[in-house]
Design a protein around this ligand. Structure first.
Ligand SMILES: CC(C)(COP(=O)(O)OP(=O)(O)OC[C@H]1O[C@@H](n2cnc3c(N)ncnc32)[C@H](O)[C@@H]1OP(=O)(O)O)[C@@H](O)C(=O)NCCC(=O)NCCS
Length: 428
């Protein structure tokens, strides 16, 4: 077997992120995904004939276009011969999409690939109850009006109630927010600590917009019905938020004793993001300067009935070990902020002797997390979290910032439903 190909991150692009139900309410995840992939192709001037694979992540797929990636490929003008598939690893879906392309390149199945993800929480599938669905199916098969009407006989009022997807663990029934509250209680993370972390997320995102670091990642999105209005900037970043304003917010998931609020949670968001990946050889041959190279990655999982959002504190040491590196080697760390308390808890675990001993069988903690290298351009609390797109956003931001700073190594992590955690190390 020949040596696996080294894989380069060439470019990344995303739509501006916006609160669900606002500026993108009439668009689908497919519309958003096409907007950013089209722009990625245009800006990078990649030869479409060189693209060998396209993968996209989406957490709540449309029942009308469940293989998002294929529709994106066909919609943006990739040759119909380019295979495309979609993946679901909950909030780490676009990370998995990236890994799928990396592996295709490493294995020599492709030289160039596009990976990303999208989510529209404005356009979630709303289901009929099972009994209503059965009645509708029976009615569609009916051969007479009488038979059609009889199909609906026996339906009760409660069968008419639509079912919306819940942001909750199917295995425990606990919502993500309730699981976040559990972390706060069991790890002793205070409301103040959560609000401070959230304030930092907003202020750093605002600074990264103002000094021009984040805007080049964005494409413009024209919105229906007339396609005259255009979204050009993230809409969720609150540059004027303060600790006092954050402290005044009521808990969202445990009204009486809770600490998790709208201010220290990632908001429900619409958006899409994608990256162009190439083998190092192909990048050099085609004259591209890579932003960074993929060094290692890891996925881990914890019992969702325990501390649901702690996957990153297991995946990070695994990815570092595979890279042969220490946490202290990292110039930058991008940790997805599902909730401030999840970031604080994972940082606490990485720095904890007990976590190292009990969870990793190690004598020493994974390492200190330098707050000045962590989420330097803000995070999902400020920027937003379209589930299927977040991993691609974070990978782009990390690669670009590592390149801008002329850094050597960067680490990213994402927590995901089901107790999973994803981590990746990039190098230059
Ligand atoms: C927390 C959550 C329920 C809040 O939803 P929401 O009530 O629609 O949130 P809003 O944006 O309307 O914010 C509520 C209030 O807080 C205020 N607020 C939010 N962030 C703020 C900030 N940083 N500073 C000041 N005020 C803020 C809003 O202005 C709003 O005030 P208003 O009621 O006076 O208009 C929702 O964002 C959520 O479910 N998030 C978690 C998503 C999740 O589980 N993700 C999975 C992660 S893996």
């Amino acid at each position: 077997m020949s040596e696996p190909q080294r894989v380069a991150v060439i470019a990344g692009c995303r739509t501006p992120f916006a609160k669900a139900g606002t500026v993108y309410r009439d668009l689908t995840a497919l519309d958003l995904a096409k907007a950013c992939v089209r722009e990625l192709i245009e800006r990078s001037e990649v030869d479409l004939r060189s693209v060998g694979v396209l993968t996209m992540g989406q957490v709540i797929p449309s029942v009308l276009a469940p293989n998002l990636a294929r529709e994106v490929g066909l919609g943006v003008g990739l040759p119909a011969s380019v295979p495309a598939h979609s993946v679901n690893r909950a909030c780490a879906s676009s990370n998995q999409a990236i890994v799928d392309v990396v592996q295709a390149i490493q294995n020599g199945h492709a030289e160039v690939g596009i990976a990303g993800g999208a989510e529209s929480l404005s356009d979630v599938p709303i289901l009929h109850s099972r009994r209503m669905a059965q009645a509708l199916l029976a009615a569609s098969r009916a051969r007479s009006l009488g038979e059609r009407l009889r199909a609906f006989a026996g339906l009760r009022l409660r069968d008419l109630k639509p079912q919306t997807p819940a942001i909750a663990e199917p295995s425990t029934g606990l919502s993500m927010g309730q699981s976040a509250e559990k972390l706060a209680q069991e790890n002793g993370i205070t409301r103040e600590e959560q609000d401070e972390l959230s304030l930092r997320s907003h202020l750093r995102a605002a600074a990264a917009i103002d000094d021009g670091r984040l805007p080049p990642e964005l494409c413009r999105v024209f919105v229906p019905p007339r396609y005259e209005s255009v979204v050009e900037a993230d809409t969720l970043v609150r540059r004027d938020t303060t600790l006092e304003a954050l402290a005044a917010l009521s808990p969202a998931f445990d009204r009486k004793y809770g600490t998790v609020t709208a201010g220290n949670s990632s908001p429900l968001t619409d958006g899409a993001a994608a990256l162009l990946l190439m083998s190092a050889e192909r990048a050099q041959a085609d004259g591209y300067t890579p932003l960074a190279f993929v060094k290692s990655w890891a996925v881990a999982a914890v019992d969702p009935a325990g501390q649901l959002l702690m996957g990153p504190a297991l995946a990070i040491p695994r990815a570092l070990e595979r890279a042969g590196l220490e946490l202290s080697d990292m110039d930058l760390i991008e940790m997805h902020e599902a909730f401030a308390v999840q970031v604080a808890s994972n940082v606490q675990a990485l720095e904890s002797q007990r976590w190292a001993a009990q969870q990793l069988g190690r004598t020493k903690p994974v390492g200190q997390v330098d707050r000045e290298r962590l989420n330097v351009s803000g995070g999902s609390i400020a920027i937003g979290h379209p589930f299927g797109a977040t991993g691609a956003r974070i990978t782009t931001t990390l690669a670009r910032e590592l390149h801008r700073r002329n850094g050597k190594f960067g680490l990213l992590s994402v927590c995901a439903q089901g107790g999973m955690g994803f981590a990746m190390v990039l190098e230059r």
